[in-house]
Design a protein around this ligand. Sequence first.
Ligand SMILES: C[S@@+](CC[C@H](N)C(=O)[O-])C[C@H]1O[C@@H](n2cnc3c(N)ncnc32)[C@H](O)[C@@H]1O
Length: 221
Amino acid sequence: MTGIEEELERAKDIWAASEFYTNAENSTEYFWDPETPFGRLLEDIDLKGYVLEFACGHGRHTEILVRHAKKVIFSDLIHRNVDLTLSRLAGSKNAVGYHSDGKSLSFCKSSSIDTVFSFGDMIFMSPDLIELYLRDIYRVLKVGGRAILHHSNVDADLASFSALGGRFRMTCEKFASMSEDVGFSVVRQATVDHSLAPALDGLTIVEKPGLKLKMRRSKRR
Ligand SMILES: C[S@@+](CC[C@H](N)C(=O)[O-])C[C@H]1O[C@@H](n2cnc3c(N)ncnc32)[C@H](O)[C@@H]1O
């Protein structure tokens, strides 16, 4: 088994059933409040078009996204989570869910998405897995499309999943640099305080730039 396959097996064990899902329902409104770091960043995100949410969990954000978007394409590593989200959205004609392989957005066509939305997932991913996702997010976004991504901002190797809530080593700077290596331009970043530590997490908005910007960047290399 490769490192990523082992990581995915671990993730399946952790997320098949977790207290997180019920506890998190109480804090959903906080994230959408325009006064919070997440809410403030949403000003720079278009939620009206084709929105892809990966790692939907039990669909607490999906339920809000379908109110805004033309279409929401959602996915999760755990089959049951996709089913639960589908039943939560019963009656919404603008949503479609997929069970994901945990390392790609293979269910999604290239250049078909205006906005990618992910919360509470990348914080638990290794940099290798994040890189795979960043490449596929780039592929599925239309030119000018953006992704809002929630990642770890912990600059230390953590010994166990329980340390700092299971976060992997990552910083806002490293996340920005990995995004740029894939071809994105970084629009905005913010840190998020957590009860476990200040500035524990990062939020990054990236954009798939137009041809001119890409050419300028490759000339600089
Ligand atoms: C902390 S929960 C967040 C769920 C949801 N975004 C929310 O905020 O309520 C993490 C979610 O990520 C999913 N997940 C974990 N690893 C994944 C991967 N490699 N690819 C896709 N989904 C994954 C889990 O199944 C779980 O639903």
